[in-house]
Write a protein that binds this ligand. Sequence first.
Ligand SMILES: [Zn+2]
Length: 286
Amino acid sequence: MTPLSVHLQFNRDCLQGAFLPAKRGATPPEPRGHWLIVQNQGLIVVPDGVRFRLPDGELPAGFEGKLERPLWLGTYGGTPCWVAALAKDAPLPPGFHRETLIPMQGTRLPDDLLSLGGMAMQALHWEKTSGHCPRCGERTERIEGEWGKRCAGCQYEHYPHLHPAVIILVLDGDRCLLTRKPVWAPGRYSLVAGFVDNGESLEGAVAREVKEEVGVDVKDIQYVGSQNWPFPSQLMVGFVAAYAGGEVAIDREELEDARWFSRDDLPDGPSRHSIARFILDTHARR
Ligand SMILES: [Zn+2]
């Protein structure tokens, strides 16, 4: 059976129904439970043998006065989850460890902590960027029990932004077209990807991104899965598409290289946590 993308890390499905998001009128009276403390795109954890666990219970010792007001994210396994940011340069109290949430940096977090940590990062990103009304500039206030914000001046309500992006494997028989950005680790290649524009369908975005980035036309565009990607708030929508003609011509503002690879001889990577890797493993690699 073909594996499903819903079980990719950062998708809430990884938590197998054990996570229930925060709901109106159900906020616990005091911050106590699992702590999702984020610093520099890393999650603060407690080393526990060869594994990591979240700090639990009351506010963990040593963090007093160092965190902003904690946000209630929801419950995991019936236990309330609290999100808080730790300042970039704040030293960690003894007994804690910061493990990166970034897959490309080789995170060692297990799937459930990556998915919870990803939601925590998105919640904090939203808090940081939603303090003022985008329409009139007044301060906003939390709509009780929701992530939405209401402007104290003009009453405008706005909600967390999720940005849809498409990611595409272009196939042509025994070969597939991969791209490389200059900032990536040496030798790393991945798929064409880009944000969906105003007025575009997902399929329209696929055809445009492929044409813009690598110069070729595609047909038979098929959806293969999706992944929530909290850097800072993308929804990656994965496709395969068949090559339909044209010479490879690279958009040098975006890419360093793009080339056809034999499906028997694909380069290493990308990270096993990414939908790019999922698509390559399920639709190209043999
Ligand atoms: Zn306003």
